[in-house]
Design a protein around this ligand. Structure first.
Ligand code: G3P
Length: 217
């Protein structure tokens, strides 16, 4: 399973990259605003800064909601760097734009996916990634992980190559459960990745190994 970090915070992206396990980055307008990155020029520059830190795919989201606007924005984003993936909303024009970029060989990520039918449409349009938001479904008492299972089942039935990018991951158990189900990618905050390191028996065991080594030296 690929690990993407879901942030526009350059320090956190660097920290995950330094661990050697980072496969890419996802962003959205809310994550940009959280880091105080506003204005088109600053946002575009920030995408390039992110691409210079990581080796893998970096999702950059359009803010247009009409086909022409998405194409215009997406083409400008794709020009920025060859790691940029065009992130499109799961609406009719977003699907149409997805097909347009797929036909041009430009990678896409269809976002704000909350149902298996939406994921099926994204795959039909040739999306590189589909982003089901599991945390936000959990927030409204709906099983987000079940959506990942349903999409996995449908995609495997037909051999769709669209990668399931489990998004809105909130914690380590989401990561582990997504890996069990067979999500292709997960994207979450640094804490959901770094939390996987933790086990008290590891800390206790290491402490004992080091203490025993010191006894003999
Ligand atoms: O990847 C989608 C993500 O940014 C949404 O996460 O935690 O705001 O639901 P969250």
């Amino acid at each position: 399973m690929k690990f993407f970090i879901d942030t526009a915070n350059l320090e956190q992206i660097k920290e995950a990259q330094d661990m050697g396990i980072l496969d890419g980055v996802t962003t959205n307008p809310s994550l940009m605003a959280k880091e105080g990155i506003t204005g088109t020029d600053n946002i575009l520059k920030h995408y390039v800064d992110i691409c210079q830190i990581v080796d893998g795919d970096v999702s950059a989201e359009v803010i247009s909601t009409d086909f022409e606007g998405m194409v215009r924005e997406g083409e400008a984003l794709a020009e920025l760097h060859d790691q940029i993936v065009i992130k499109l909303p799961m609406i009719k024009d977003g699907i149409k734009a997805c097909k347009y970029f797929t036909d041009k060989g430009i990678k896409t990520n269809v976002t704000l996916v909350f149902s298996p039918g939406q994921a099926l449409l994204a795959a039909k349009a040739g999306a590189t990634y589909v982003s089901p938001f599991i945390g936000r479904l959990d927030d409204i008492s709906t099983d987000g992980l079940n959506l990942i299972s349903e999409i996995r089942h449908i995609y495997d039935n037909y051999g769709f190559e669209t990668q399931i990018l489990a998004a809105s991951v909130r914690h380590t158990m989401h990561v582990i459960d997504c890996a069990k189900i067979g999500a292709d990618v997960m994207t979450g905050p640094l804490s959901s990745i770094a939390g996987l390191l933790k086990h008290p028996l590891t800390d206790i065991g290491l402490e004992k190994f080091l203490a025993d080594y010191k006894k003999g030296n």
